[in-house]
Design a protein around this ligand. Structure first.
Ligand code: GDP
Length: 360
């Protein structure tokens, strides 16, 4: 499904962050898969709209959209040499839709750094180098095959050129993801290679209090990873926060000068990086946010609830959340002409409140 793989050097705080993700108990009951898979943790996407919807529809419970994270342990310097990156590692990371790289910024004499000192840009380079080397191997294997196919006119020269352009990016030490725009990479020709560095990257800087309260230092770190997204959190603080009830957690966050927990940020930025959006459904039982890709059509959106809904899709009754709130009730929204009937071609918007009609 839509999972983000967490990678990073040893001792940077991955397990600490991951524990916070998996102990996010509120979710476990509603999202049982999160507790079944030991290496999967979920966070819900904060969405104040659900409570407002629940008020209008008298919904008993709220089900936010979630982003799931998979713990991909096992990356160290030299991992791509010799035996190569472990098979399990590669399989896990290939399945992930995006990569969140945890980088240690916190200073703590009691926690050994694998390279002897805390150096975010060097750590980042170590990890990225391993992923880049793995991709270079993939490309070196692919090129003779594609060259042959081009000679036999089974494939277009453009495909080969796209692959060679990607190879040049990797050879100069850059990831594919960070070079898509600058190098005008033709991603449609690279898809089948499943390159690791072509996945969207998010950088998670594991910082201490000093950096949480220092926007200038954050900007410096952010600049290191641009155009990829960066977030700043204190993994230890996050693992404490999940143990507290809502009010206590809010208080503790405020004391640390943050408006939003690191896990919430992770969900929000992850959602954005993956090109996702949500639409909403509501009834007396539940008010719920459903995850879809930007640009998805109404039948695709229906398919997220159930594949039968997509197959038997007839139409969708749609009102935008903002219009519904302004009207105050479904009845009023209808009277004002804000509730539309949309067909198969309709492209969904974030915040559409929907009821599907379908044949089964
Ligand atoms: P992993 O090897 O990347 O999974 O790292 P761990 O999560 O096991 O963390 C390694 C050590 O660093 C543990 O002793 C953690 O308690 C500590 N640690 C993790 N995050 C932080 C942090 O934000 N601040 C401080 N001071 N220590 C941390």
């Amino acid at each position: 499904a839509l999972t983000i793989g967490i990678v990073g050097l040893p001792n940077v705080g991955k397990s600490t962050l991951f524990n916070a993700l998996t102990r996010n108990n509120v979710l476990a009951a509603n999202y049982p898969f999160a507790t079944i898979e030991p290496n999967v943790g979920v966070v819900s996407l904060p969405d104040p709209r659900l409570a407002q919807l629940a008020e209008i529809f008298g919904s008993q419970r709220l089900l936010p959209a979630v982003v799931s994270f998979v713990d991909i342990a096992g990356i160290v310097k030299g991992a791509s040499e010799g035996e190569g990156l472990g098979n399990k590692f590669l399989a896990n990371i290939r399945e992930a839709e995006a990569i969140a790289q945890v980088i240690r910024v916190f200073d703590d004499p009691d926690v050994v750094h694998v390279d002897g000192k805390v150096d975010p840009s060097s750590d980042m380079e170590t990890i990225n180098t391993e992923l880049i080397l793995a991709d270079m191997q993939t490309i070196e294997k692919a090129i003779p095959r594609v060259e042959k196919a081009v000679k036999l006119k089974q494939r277009e020269a453009a495909e080969l050129n796209a692959i060679k352009a990607a190879q040049a990016v990797l050879e100069r030490g850059d990831t594919i993801f960070s070079s898509i725009k600058s190098d005008k990479l033709e991603m449609e020709h690279l898809k089948e290679l499943g390159l690791l560095t072509a996945k969207p990257f998010i950088y998670v800087f594991n910082v201490d209090d000093a950096v949480l309260g220092n926007p200038e230092r954050q900007e410096e770190l952010r600049a290191l990873v641009a155009p990829a997204d960066a977030i700043f959190l204190d993994a230890k603080l996050e693992s404490d926060l999940v143990e507290l009830d809502e009010d206590e957690a809010r208080e503790m966050l405020e004391m640390s000068g943050q408006e939003e927990s690191g896990l919430d940020q992770l969900a929000r930025v992850g959602f954005h990086t993956l090109g996702l959006q949500t639409y909403l459904t509501a009834g007396p039982k539940e008010a719920r946010a459903w995850t879809i890709h930007q640009g998805d059509t109404a039948p695709q959106a229906a398919g997220v609830i159930h594949t039968d809904f997509q197959r038997g899709f007839i139409k969708a009754e749609v009102v935008h959340f903002d219009d519904l709130m302004e009207a105050g009730s479904m009845h009023e929204a209808k009277a004002k002409g804000k509730v539309r009937i949309e067909g198969k071609e309709y492209v969904m918007h974030d915040g559409d409140v929907v009821e599907f009609r379908f044949n089964v």
